[in-house]
Design a protein around this ligand. Structure first.
Ligand code: NA7
Length: 556
């Protein structure tokens, strides 16, 4: 079979310094708000700013809207939150008119949806596509941000809002010889836009997180042979994806507001209609536990970790939920040795649960093999494949399903400088520090949407994004109406918030494994549990902060 010799994962790499200098801003634009990114958050920010009479521009590296859904085009890419929930609620007409076709939307369908939103609200005219924000410097004398890009414009703005997404900075592992591979190298999070045909290829997939779990069954159907390189076995619960029933859609759309409100009251802002018992494991007898586990498995997907209310709090409860999945793996996978390797030994839900379609069954195919990197680690990649301590695997294609520098990666790629020219990278050296996941002391008028310290990735992101965008834009309007110009988090409020987030996380089992929630997947990244569990409580705290006259912020 032919080798392409192509290396596609570098597509969105940083421009050269020379390139930046040549393009150095010839035009400077004054706006009220610079929004970084044009995904779910960036689009809604533009719409809200416009509605409030604030001039805003969104700057987006991609050539179109979509954010993470623009880049993650790997085979099988789907959202793990149901489509009727993972969509904007801010416009009644929009949510009525858009027709989702499946229970879990595919990446192309979500991208079409975001394209529709951009057109419907005429947002594209305020988006600079194909442009990367390289720096943002706060000018204390003027109380304004100077925003530099790699394009032909720079911006002078009162506010900068990081709508950069939590999972947008793709991570390539530092494996010796990685760039020597002469076959096709792909990263799931930077998948090419043109179709990739893996037919007849010997494909290696590194990683077994959500992206791998979704793509492996499809790659296995195309490839001549698929070898999966697994470092940590993963828990996957079936999606039971299906076409949406028109009656089901009509029932939800008949009172969409009530459906949204119920979800906002749910701990993770989704799944309110899932028939879970709402009991701890200890409150059920063996029979009821078994029924609850069967029913959660049959329902499928992320709500599985709510099978008992204490799954993420009590190790004994967790072990029962985890053991059930391990038993299912034994039932699905025919080779007992392969089944044993596929069984995770960590806490279920500690790393984000995967939602699969035929993942474990894929290992019953004769053209699929599993390499356990705990037994035989990768030594190197070379021109023709991957060498582990046991053997060399000849490959035509390597798929890096190795994840992201989550939550902080994309923000810290930008040279953000606050008061006294202090880099954000310094302020966050010992891990990200924010107030409410929204603002950073020393960085006035800078906001982060679903930033570290907010519920973000532990929730339905669209609900969290809407809540943040509304809070941020209402705050800007409040300042304007009060004749104020600057808002900044107090250092002491921020310290208290960071301690609070750590304390809440410490009550859970989340800090017990090497997850991207903790930054543990990025070599050298400080281990800090970044998201805050619990959406409704967080929203109440934000509302109280505003009711108390923006407690914890200095408004000047
Ligand atoms: P994830 O969930 O971070 O998964 C990355 C996978 O890659 C995971 O299995 C890692 O193993 C593995 N990995 C990372 N580096 C290496 C190296 N050097 N060698 C071997 N294996 C490695 O990313 P995804 O893109 O799948 O999903 C991210 C989120 O997107 C997901 O949670 C959903 O919210 C959507 P590890 O577990 O670290 O041992």
């Amino acid at each position: 079979m032919a080798r392409t010799g192509a290396t596609l994962y570098g597509r969105a790499g940083s421009p050269s310094v020379q390139g930046v200098l040549e393009k150095m801003s010839t035009e400077q634009h004054e706006v009220d708000v610079v929004v970084v990114g044009a995904g779910f958050a960036g689009l809604y920010l533009l719409h809200r700013c416009r509605g409030l009479g604030l001039s805003a521009v969104a700057i987006e590296v991609g050539d179109d809207v979509g954010g993470t859904w623009y880049w993650n085009r790997y085979p099988g890419a789907r959202c793990d939150i149901e489509s009727l929930e993972y969509s904007y609620s801010f416009d009644p007409d929009l949510q009525q008119e858009w027709q989702w076709s499946e229970r879990y939307a595919t990446q192309p369908e979500i991208l079409r949806y975001l394209g529709h939103v951009a057109d419907r609200f005429d947002l594209r005219r305020d988006i600079r596509f194909g442009t990367r924000v390289t720096g943002a410097t706060y000018d204390e004398a003027r109380g304004r941000w100077e925003v530099a890009t790699d394009g032909d414009a720079s911006f002078d703005a009162q506010y900068v809002v990081m709508a950069t997404g939590c999972l947008s900075s793709a991570m390539l592992p530092d494996i010796p010889g990685r760039d020597d591979f002469e076959g096709l190298s792909l990263h799931t999070g930077r998948w090419p836009h043109e179709p990739v045909d893996l037919t007849g290829m010997r494909v290696g997939v590194i990683g077994t997180g959500s992206s791998a779990i979704q793509s492996i069954p499809i790659i296995a159907e195309q490839a001549d042979h698929l070898t999966v390189f697994q470092r940590t076995a993963t828990f996957a619960v079936p999606a039971h994806n299906r076409s949406l029933d028109p009656d089901e859609i009509a029932a939800i759309k008949g009172d969409y507001d009530a459906f949204r409100d119920a979800n906002r009251q749910a701990n993770a802002a989704f799944g309110a209609r899932v028939p879970l018992a709402g009991l701890t494991m200890g409150e059920m007898d063996d029979d009821d536990r078994r029924k609850a586990l069967d029913s959660a498995w049959e329902w499928g997907g992320l709500p599985y970790v709510g099978v008992f209310t204490d799954v993420l709090l009590d190790p004994a409860s967790n072990e029962v939920a985890a053991g059930y999945v391990r038993d299912r793996i034994d039932e699905i996978v025919t080779d007992p040795e392969v089944a044993a390797r596929l069984k995770p030994d960590q806490v279920v839900g500690c790393k984000r649960l995967c939602v699969d379609t035929g993942y474990y069954a894929t290992y019953n195919r004769p053209n699929v093999s599993l390499v356990d990197l705990r037994e035989t680690p990768i030594e190197a990649i070379d021109a023709t494949g991957i060498r582990t301590t046991a053997e060399h695997h000849d490959l035509d294609c390597i798929v890096f399903a190795t994840g992201f520098d989550a939550m902080t990666g994309s923000i810290l790629k930008i040279d953000v400088r606050g008061r006294d020219g202090r880099p954000l990278a310094d302020a966050w050296e010992a891990g990200p520090r924010t107030y409410l996941g929204l603002a950073v002391a020393g960085f006035p008028n800078l906001f982060t949407v679903t930033g570290p310290g907010s519920p973000s990735v532990l929730t339905n992101m669209v609900m969290s994004i809407e809540q943040h965008v509304e809070l941020i834009t209402d705050t800007m309007a409040h300042l304007r109406d009060e004749g104020l110009t600057t808002i900044e988090a107090d250092e002491s409020a921020q310290d208290e918030w960071v301690d609070y987030v750590n304390a809440v996380a410490g009550l859970t089992l989340f800090p017990t494994c090497n997850s991207w929630y903790l930054g543990a997947n990025v070599p050298g990244k400080t281990r800090v549990f970044m998201p805050l569990p619990g959406f409704p409580g967080y929203v109440q705290q934000c509302e109280q902060v505003v009711a108390d006259g923006y407690r914890g912020f200095a408004l000047t």
